[in-house]
Each structure stands twice: as structure tokens, then as C-alpha cells.
Design a protein around this ligand. Structure first.
Ligand SMILES: N[C@@H](CCC(=O)N[C@@H](CS)C(=O)NCC(=O)O)C(=O)O
Length: 213
């Protein structure tokens, strides 16, 4: 039995849903509502004491941290691969993935935004401009990296779907949800939109999920 603790709007959960879908793996959803703070309930903390989604339970094995889950899935279920065999290409795909996973997402996570809103002096809500700022920084770097390396095709690396596309699509979706200006990043947006339209991405998009509201 394979279960994924997920929240429809969570971009890290969305990454893992896409990865499972690309691999053609079935899974059962275990919905964890972030607005209702279910990720801090004892029942969920008993599964993942970090209290963040997603968590994958694969035949009794608990794997958390979305990038670790993606790597686990790639190793446990190698076909079809989303990491290239070539060492240099693999490092490049991880580099792009980590711009999203390490340099953008942690700054714009729910708990960071909540803390900012609660502690910002003057009672203003800085969260929208904060979010847009860090999307701008991260997407500028991602776009620059794509152009500088010039290894892209229809996907981030040539025409092959990789973990970089799997990380990019949910981050673009969330940036749109926060009304960020994506005009300066036409290359990454085109790649993300093409990937998002693929059936294996579309069938696990936030709007298709059973916990969406
Ligand atoms: N680095 C972790 C981050 C997980 C994470 O922060 N998930 C968010 C949803 S996208 C969450 O659970 N946020 C709850 C909170 O911030 O309180 C991963 O990639 O899995």
C-alpha cells in the first residue's frame, strides 16, 4: 500500500504527486489541511514529527522531504527515469531543482509568511510583496541558469522530462496564485506550461484534488 500525506495547494506535495504520476504509481491520499493546522495534530506528527507535508508511506516505509522522496522514487522505481544517467546532466538537474526547493520555497513557506504577518512592525501585511520578491529573485536565477547553460529544449534539459520540470511546475502555479509578475521569465514559464499540460501533470494538479476548496 502506498499513501501520500498531501495538501492540494502545497507545492511540495504537488511535486511528489507529479513524480508518482510520472512513474505510473498508484497511491491513496491522506489529506492534511494546512489552514486547519492538521499538520500539527498528534496523529500526523506520529507519522512525520517535522509536521510538514508531504510524507510518503510506501509499503510501510516512511519518506519525508519532497526532494528526498523524489530521489527515493527514482531509485526504487527507475522507470521511466526523471534523473539523467549522465553524471553532469544529473548534477545540472539537481541544481535547477534546488533553486526551487532550497532557494525559493523555504523563504515563502506558510509558516514563514505567518510569522512575518504576525511580527511585522506597524501592523502591515508584508506577505504578498515578500512572496513576490523571493519569487523574483529565484525565477531570475532559474531563467538565467537556463539561458546561460543553453541545455533546454521543450523541457529544462533538452526534451526529456526531469526532476527540474517536476519542481518548476508547482512553483509557477503558486507564483500565479500570488499574482506574481512572470513576464520577465518567458523561458521558464513556457517550459512549465508545456509540462503542466502533460496528462501525468494535469491529473494531479491542485484543482483535481479531493481536498481542494
Ligand atoms: N523542505 C520540505 C518543506 C515541506 C513544507 O514546508 N511543506 C509545506 C507545504 S508546501 C508545509 O507543510 N507548510 C506548513 C507550515 O509551514 O506550517 C519539503 O520539500 O518537503
Amino acid at each position: 500500500m502506498r499513501a501520500l500525506y498531501t495538501f492540494f495547494r502545497s507545492s511540495t506535495s504537488y511535486r511528489v504527486r507529479i513524480a508518482l504520476s510520472v512513474k505510473g504509481l498508484d497511491w491513496e491520499p491522506r489529506y492534511v489541511s494546512l489552514p486547519r493546522m492538521e499538520h500539527r495534530d498528534g496523529a500526523y506528527l506520529a507519522v512525520n514529527p517535522q509536521g510538514l507535508v508531504p510524507t510518503l508511506v510506501d509499503d510501510g516505509t516512511v519518506v519525508a522531504q519532497s526532494l528526498a522522496i523524489l530521489e527515493y522514487l527514482e531509485e526504487a522505481y527507475p522507470e521511466p527515469p526523471f534523473l539523467p544517467r549522465d553524471l553532469i546532466e544529473r548534477a545540472y538537474v539537481r541544481r535547477l531543482s534546488q533553486i526551487i526547493g532550497c532557494d525559493i520555497h523555504p523563504l515563502n513557506n506558510v509558516r514563514v509568511l505567518k510569522w512575518l504577518k504576525a511580527n511585522w512592525p506597524g501592523g502591515e501585511d508584508p506577505t504578498r510583496s515578500w512572496y513576490a520578491h523571493w519569487i523574483g529573485e529565484g525565477f531570475r536565477d532559474f531563467e538565467a541558469c537556463l539561458r546561460h547553460e543553453a541545455r533546454h529544449g521543450t523541457c529544462c534539459l533538452g526534451d526529456r522530462l526531469t526532476m527540474a520540470d517536476i519542481c518548476l511546475v508547482p512553483q509557477v502555479a503558486n507564483a500565479r496564485r500570488f499574482d506574481c509578475d512572470l513576464g520577465p521569465y518567458p523561458l521558464l514559464v513556457a517550459i512549465a506550461d508545456r509540462a503542466a499540460a502533460r496528462p501525468e501533470f494535469a491529473r494531479v494538479a491542485p484543482e483535481t484534488q479531493g481536498d481542494k476548496f
